[in-house]
Design a protein around this ligand. Structure first.
Ligand SMILES: Nc1ccn([C@@H]2O[C@H](COP(=O)(O)OP(=O)(O)OP(=O)(O)O)[C@@H](O)[C@H]2O)c(=O)n1
Ligand SMILES: O=P([O-])([O-])O[C@@H]1[C@@H](O)[C@H](O)[C@@H](O)[C@H](O)[C@@H]1O
Ligand SMILES: [Mg+2]
Length: 423
């Protein structure tokens, strides 16, 4: 299947810019759309632009090695329905039609691609409904469409699954009218509707919407699965705020190194001030979420990134507990407790990472019960901070030794019982 991307508008509300090429969270709007569609099997793109922006799109396509044909709407003043008409000879059968200035979350694409006609949202959470194109639907077909509709049941998402019979309608409309908007085509075709409700998607028309899109893209780049309690309710709130400020300037791997450095510094601060070290360690745990958020928001996730990050985390944890033990414990018996605490902390991660190696899957996805057991890194670090603030260092090492060891034992038990049928 091919996809037609309409990009012939002048982007006047954005200060005359080819909107599709504006970077949001480090990636062009149109790059995001194309990458998501490629993942779902779209192999060829038809980008309709205007004469003024043609060379920008040509350069973009070449630089990113995208299999796309750039075609020019010589009369963009005739509306975006006319831009669709210009693509007439370049597609056949079923195709995707999408605007160059919309962003959608991954899940949206997965559902929309199997739909038919206009993809409409009955529960638009992120667009300004006043400004949005609304549709009135009867019997799963559009009967009215417009920005000023009084009675409506859903919002036009700017995403369509059409077939080439639509060009019979555009051909007629361009003969009859000077300006043909997409909504004219939708209405005339009485397009079928598929609902994809309540997911993140939005239209980027103004600089304010651009800012909003950036924030929302970062907010939707949280991994989620495998996050502990502290991560979910505290760390992510702060890390997404940091990510939205850094996403345009820092690469994921740079961020991994920054976080690592910060973590090692927190460990060294144990020599000077233990409660302060605990606080810095907790901050490093918040920062630890940033690299992944930036990577997903910038569409730069890599296997290496995750691998590298998880190794550096182990060194930070080791350094922190080791320096803490060094400055607080003298007795060999206490050192044995500390050694068990340090080793088991690493084993918690090892037990889930090793699962990935053995079963080629994410332990938290395969064994949901694992998510409920406390003791993930974010929870351990937060607890460590609290105990350092209270000055309960010995109690901390006893707790960590028991808690982490138990968690490893429970992990093994759950893997064994959940995947018992496997050899
Ligand atoms: N004659 C036109 C007008 C718009 N579009 C495309 O249709 C989408 C939605 O249009 P809109 O948001 O109005 O974009 P612009 O016309 O570029 O913006 P503005 O109204 O601010 O000039 C955009 O991807 C735009 O490039 C198009 O292909 N042809
Ligand atoms: O005009 P505008 O508000 O920028 O954007 C409109 C969108 O609301 C709609 O989803 C799309 O199908 C329209 O053709 C047009 O893109
Ligand atoms: Mg728009």
């Amino acid at each position: 299947m091919k996809a037609v991307i309409l990009a012939a508008g002048y982007g006047t509300r954005m200060g005359e810019k080819p909107k599709g090429l504006i970077k949001v969270a480090g990636r062009e709007l149109i790059y995001r759309t194309i990458r998501n569609l490629i993942k779902l099997g779209i192999t060829e793109f038809i980008i309709v632009t205007n004469e003024k922006y043609r060379e920008f799109y040509e350069r973009f396509v070449k630089e990113n090695k995208i299999n796309a044909k750039i075609i020019v709407n010589q009369n963009p003043e005739r509306g975006n329905g006319f831009s669709l008409h210009v693509a007439k000879d370049y597609v056949s059968g079923r195709f995707v039609l999408v605007m160059s200035d919309h962003v959608y979350e991954e899940k949206f694409y997965e559902l929309a691609i199997n739909g038919e006609g206009l993809i409409a949202d009955r529960n638009p959470k992120y667009v300004d409904v006043e400004e949005a194109t609304k549709v009135k639907i009867e019997g799963m077909r559009v009967v009215e469409i417009g920005k000023k509709l009084k009675e409506w049941n859903a919002v036009d998402t700017g995403f369509f699954i059409l077939d080439d019979s639509i060009f019979e309608i555009t051909t007629r409309l361009v003969q009859e009218k000077e300006v043909v908007e997409l909504r004219d085509v939708v209405k005339e075709a009485k397009l079928k509707v598929t609902f994809v409700d309540g997911l993140f998607w939005m239209d980027v028309d103004t600089p304010e919407e651009l800012k909003k899109a950036k924030k929302l893209i970062v907010a939707h780049s949280v991994k989620g699965v495998g996050d502990g309690f502290i991560s979910r309710y505290l760390n992510r709130k702060v890390s997404t705020w940091i990510s939205s400020h850094l996403v345009d300037h820092v690469t994921p791997n740079q961020m991994t190194l920054i976080t690592f450095t910060f973590g090692i510094i927190s460990a060294l601060v144990n020599f000077v001030n233990i409660p302060l070290a605990g606080i810095l360690y907790q901050i490093s745990s918040i920062l630890d979420g940033v690299d992944g958020e930036i990577a997903r928001a910038r569409m730069q996730t890599s296997k290496f990134g995750g691998y590298f990050d998880s190794i550096l985390d182990r060194y930070v944890d080791l350094s922190f507990l080791l320096t803490l033990a060094y400055v607080s414990l003298a007795d060999p018996l206490w050192w044995s407790v500390a050694t068990l605490a340090i080793f088991s902390s690493a084993m918690v991660s090892y037990s889930t990472e090793r699962f990935r190696g053995a079963y080629c899957a994410d332990a938290y996805k395969v064994i949901p019960a694992l998510r409920k057991i406390p003791g993930k890194r974010d929870e351990r670090i937060f607890t460590i901070m609290i105990f350092t603030l209270l000055g309960w260092i010995k109690a901390l090492f006893i707790l960590l030794a028991i808690w982490s060891t138990l968690r490893v034992i429970i992990t093994i038990y759950l893997v064994r019982t959940t995947l018992f049928h496997e050899s």
